[in-house]
Design a protein around this ligand. Structure first.
Ligand SMILES: C[S@@+](CC[C@H](N)C(=O)[O-])C[C@H]1O[C@@H](n2cnc3c(N)ncnc32)[C@H](O)[C@@H]1O
Length: 331
């Protein structure tokens, strides 16, 4: 609730009373649920990995009433196979790595199935074109929370955004960044992958005027309380544009996502986390409210609702796009 109060008080200063009430009401109804991978990884700010105790990880899930998810964590091995001991023992890093890679490979297959990179390219092309018109020199696309870099690698490999585009992927999970680097090397794709925090991505932005920040499936991971600060950070960095893609929640989307994850994914963690993403995702209205709170009048914003009754799978992932005001309206 502390986060709700923060959003409420900032809203109350700058905006009409009718808007924030709806946001606070929604937050009170929806306790934060967790994805299993979220509780299996801990690191220092510089990316150094920290040990994760099994009871702590499972306990976080039980605290949000996710007992089946907690049981999956209970089943993971601990270092040296020790059972019990201090806080249930430290989770075995190799087993956790296997789980992360298996889930992210399945996620890549799902992205391929629902055409996420193509969907991204379709929305990003006009934005990149606008940056090309505004000045000379390469445009840099920075993919925050890139995971194993599937989307960025496909965009780069297919030249989907045209010539003169540099690609950088950033994730705070060093294991995934390492896998992204290896895959890009094997595929001979020119993308740089860095370990870093999406909430503080300065290191990947050398020239804000030529930078487009993107992400896919990350906003719901940041959590409601971090959304407005995340967008505010973007405004402070002064990047030319951003486009954050995430699933559009809704009753049909929830059912569709459940079916899609049950049929297309094999890993129990993938199935759980994939369906949970839908429950954690934000509506277009919420995204616009948090984004405008974060960026103020500095960016033109657009986030389209999915309005048809039976959305196609590729429609379920949609962007919130922001273009710096001096560059015009979102194309
Ligand atoms: C659902 S995965 C999406 C991965 C990839 N974008 C894709 O579409 O396949 C979410 C990713 O966001 C990363 N992530 C979450 N919060 C982050 C943060 N604050 N900074 C950097 N990465 C973050 C996670 O490590 C994970 O790789």
């Amino acid at each position: 609730m502390a986060g709700s109060m923060l959003v409420w008080s900032v809203y109350a200063k700058g905006r009409k009373q009718s808007q924030p009430r709806a946001v606070v009401h929604h937050m009170a109804e929806q306790p934060d649920k967790l994805e299993i991978l979220d509780v299996l990884w801990a690191s220092e700010a510089d990316g150094t990995r920290l040990p994760v105790f099994r009871d702590d990880a499972a306990g976080r899930l039980r605290a949000s009433e996710q007992h089946r998810a907690a049981a999956l964590v209970d089943a993971l091995p601990t270092r040296g196979g020790a059972r019990g001991g201090v806080r249930g023992g430290v989770l075995d890093e190799a087993a956790v790595d296997d789980a992360f890679l298996a889930v992210h490979l399945e996620l890549a297959r799902l992205s391929e199935f629902v055409h996420v990179p193509q969907r991204m390219a379709q929305s990003l092309r006009p934005v990149v074109e606008r940056l090309r018109e505004s000045a000379e020199g390469p445009v840099r696309v920075v993919d925050l929370g890139c995971g194993i870099g599937y989307d960025t690698r496909i965009l780069a490999a297919t030249g989907a955004l045209g010539p003169g585009v540099e690609y950088v992927g950033l994730d705070f999970n060093a294991l995934l960044v390492d896998a992204a680097r290896r895959l890009a090397h094997l595929e001979d794709i020119d993308v740089r992958f860095l370990v870093g925090d999406a909430l503080d991505p300065e290191l990947s932005m050398e020239d804000p005027d030529r930078t487009l920040v993107v992400s896919s499936g990350v906003l719901h991971h940041l959590g409601r309380d971090n959304l407005a600060p995340f967008f505010a950070q973007t405004a402070r960095s002064g990047v030319a544009a951003f486009a954050h893609f995430d699933v559009d929640p809704g009753p049909w989307a929830n059912v569709g996502a459940w079916v899609l994850h049950q049929t297309r994914m094999r890993e129990p963690i993938s199935r759980h986390d994939g369906s949970m993403s839908m429950r954690r995702a934000f509506t277009a209205k919420e995204l616009l409210a948090h984004a405008s709170l974060g960026v103020g009048a500095a960016y033109d914003l657009r986030c389209d609702e999915v309005t048809n009754l039976y959305p196609r799978p590729e429609q379920i992932v949609r962007p919130i796009i922001g273009l710096r005001r001096d560059l015009g309206d979102v194309p």
